[in-house]
Design a protein. Structure first.
Length: 206
């Protein structure tokens, strides 16, 4: 059997990793973080346990990679929507919508994230990765707030604190809705969040 070229080998490896991560996501969504094994992931992926361990050294490595991928998808959704617009107000609205759309299209994302968060007190790797990527999400909001301040449309607030408050509020709206979709109309609540955010940020005309 001919050897694969480095590019083809790298592509195949990435495909296998994606296959395994997708399987892990489905298994965790169904069973929870603490109630599954590598065998469950291998079976769902259609691979042997050894095949899974060829690409990831441990169950924890799979979970860390999955956590990174979930945050990357959320961040991509934010950037894709936010940077269609020029004004800080429209970009902020797009960020809020991005969190809500992620919940509606991928409801298990947030339930899986909550499972990961439960590991933070006992797992330094999860804590480090979560903190790093969560700060990246907040960083996207900081950019919009700082642009608004520099343009004179937002008040000179502490952009970092405001960004953390906004992400915490909107992400929790998405999380609680994924737990119980009968709790509230998520679109209506997103509009309420946006009104509260803009009431806090917008510079009133003198």
């Amino acid at each position: 059997m001919p050897r694969l070229k480095p590019e083809a080998r790298a592509e195949k490896e990435e495909q296998r990793k994606t296959q395994i991560i997708k399987a892990a996501y489905e298994v965790i969504s169904a069973k929870g973080y603490n109630n599954f094994t590598l065998d469950d992931i291998a079976k769902n992926a259609g691979l042997s346990k050894g095949g899974v361990l060829h690409y990831f050294k441990s169950k924890e490595d799979i979970l860390i990679y999955l956590l990174e991928q979930i945050y990357i998808i959320i961040k991509k959704n934010i950037n894709k929507r936010a940077y269609k617009y020029r004004t800080p107000e429209r970009r902020m609205r797009a960020i809020v919508i991005a969190f809500i759309v992620t919940a509606k299209r991928h409801p298990a994302f947030y339930t899986v994230l909550v499972d990961f968060w439960a590991q933070i007190p006992i797992n330094e790797r999860v804590k480090h990765i979560n903190t790093d990527i969560y700060n990246q999400l907040c960083g996207e909001v900081v950019k919009v707030i700082e642009d608004g301040i520099s343009q004179g449309v937002f008040k000179p607030v502490d952009a970092g604190l405001a960004a953390h408050a906004i992400v915490a509020m909107v992400m929790n709206v998405a999380i609680q809705w994924t737990f119980n979709q009968q709790l509230y109309n998520i679109d209506h609540l997103a509009k309420t969040c946006m009104k509260m955010i803009m009431a806090f940020l917008e510079e009133k005309a003198k």
